[in-house]
Ligand binder design. Structure first.
Ligand code: PHE
Length: 454
């Protein structure tokens, strides 16, 4: 496709909702609440806000700048901006990270579909042990999770194959507002439970005694993950932005939406959990084990509010996952389409097929293939580790260094100010300072800390 015919989002709202769709995902609804639970509640949230403002948003703007300037997939956009130098490698790493994470993200997204089905069929009713066994048996089953992974990847493929405007933008415009409304309904129900205020207090009353280095690092990692940074997604979507899109303004709006959704998810989970006396720091099993229990105990079982709340919640979770999966899928689709000179449909199909193959291995690695380990980890954990703990910080760090120190400031400024048509010159200086110094130092810090080097 030539540059003139390149696809683009059709409206400002489309830009915001599609990119927010990428950002809002399992990270907001599943990861954020349990991390808040484990890291002292409100203190974590305050630190998290600073991480979003000082690190997440500047990094997002950097990816916007590279993507829109390049008007191409992430690898080519980096190649163009770096004049084909060694820095192009960051773009390829971004594409690879996006691809690897999409297959394992698809597996977890598939679990959400199973939970819609299970809650619809009234299967998530029973004592806590039954619900816990349900999850373990399901996730280790050789067929069921693979079926759901296939289904969610098929849905993603259908959307992506329809293109940027008719696929991604349309689906995001439909799903994001629905997601928000569902979330508000469930928040209202949760906050009306007896003793809900204990959960609300936990979320909003800071307990400074809980602050330590680990809380900062957890917040930093979460802010990157939640904003979909360093996976090629933001850069790819930005290549569909128009020259009029205000990059900094959009990043701020997306950061706010992303944070609000995470906070609202907290307002679903904590009041409900506290009202039935369940500790909300149970880690990753929170959504699939603790929550079905909490819903059932708090709102009643089948043929009562608990049933409806559970169904709505898992629909909401699946939609959040799907919009993120779309952006991950688009990274590799745009790459194949442009680098191999193939059609979008073929590229999207190839990505979907590769994802399902990797997804099958990922899923089986929790059950029948759990004995097969690489570097002592199951495939599922290995993907999580390589993408989240290695590539994500590396790509993030290198992107900041590249944009802050090597790209001529004029190019960066022209993109930031839309060729001087926006009056945000002062904000630009703040942005540049953050990208040059603050972001790389902080990212380096988490990187070293997680390996016990600091
Ligand atoms: N931001 C998504 C979430 O919060 C996760 C994600 C990461 C999606 C990277 C795409 C790319 O769940």
């Amino acid at each position: 496709m030539s540059k003139l015919e390149r696809a683009s989002f059709g409206s400002k709202l489309g830009v915001i909702l599609a990119t927010a769709g990428s950002a809002v995902g399992l990270g907001n609804i599943w990861r954020f609440p349990y991390m808040t639970g484990q890291n002292g509640g409100a203190v974590f949230i305050i630190i998290y806000i600073f991480c979003i403002l000082l690190l997440g948003i500047p990094c997002m703007i950097s990816e916007f700048i590279i993507g829109r300037h390049g008007q191409a997939n992430t690898a080519r956009a980096f190649r163009k901006m770096s004049g084909g130098s060694i820095w192009s490698v960051i773009g390829y790493m971004g594409v690879l990270t996006g691809f690897l994470i999409s297959s394992y993200y698809a597996v977890v997204s598939g679990w959400c579909l199973e939970y819609i089905w299970a809650s619809l069929m009234g299967k998530l009713q029973g004592d806590p042990e039954y619900i816990s066994n349900y999850f373990v048996t399901f996730s280790q089953d050789p067929v069921k999770p693979v079926f759901w992974t296939f289904l969610i990847l098929f849905a993603t493929y259908m959307i992506i194959a329809h293109g940027v405007r008719d696929g991604i933008e349309r689906a995001s415009k439909l799903m994001m507002p629905t997601l928000f409304i569902l979330l508000l309904i469930i928040v209202a129900a949760s906050c009306m439970l007896p003793d809900a205020q204990k959960g609300i207090e936990f979320l909003f009353k800071p307990d400074m005694s809980k602050v330590n280095g680990d809380v900062f690092l957890a917040a930093l990692g979460q802010s990157f993950y939640s904003l979909s940074i360093a996976m090629g997604c933001i850069c790819t979507y930005a290549s569909y932005f128009s020259k009029q899109t205000n990059l900094a303004g959009s990043a701020i709006q997306i950061g706010i939406i992303d944070f609000l959704v995470a906070l609202l998810a907290g307002l679903v989970i904590f009041p409900a959990a506290f009202s039935v006396g369940v500790n909300p720091d149970s880690g990753p099993s929170l959504i699939f084990i603790t929550l079905p229990n909490v819903f059932q105990q708090a709102f009643g079982g089948i043929s009562s509010l608990g049933y409806i709340i559970a169904v709505l919640f898992y629909i909401l979770l699946s939609m959040a996952a799907l919009t993120s999966l779309m952006s991950l899928h688009e990274v590799s689709t745009a790459f194949l389409e442009e680098e191999m000179g193939t059609t979008r449909k073929r590229a999207a199909l190839a990505v979907a097929v590769c994802c399902i193959i990797l997804g099958i291995f990922c899923s089986l690695s929790l059950g029948s293939l759990s004995g097969f380990r690489l570097f002592g980890m199951t495939l599922f954990d290995l993907f999580d580790f390589v993408t989240g703990q290695l590539f994500l910080p590396m790509v993030g760090f290198l992107t900041c260094i590249f944009l802050g120190w090597f790209v001529p400031h004029k190019i960066v400024r022209d993109e930031f100010t839309n060729m001087g048509t926006l009056d945000n010159g002062r904000l630009f200086h703040l942005y540049l300072f953050l990208v040059k110094y603050v972001c790389p130092i902080c990212i380096l810090f988490i990187f070293l800390h997680q390996f016990g080097l600091l």
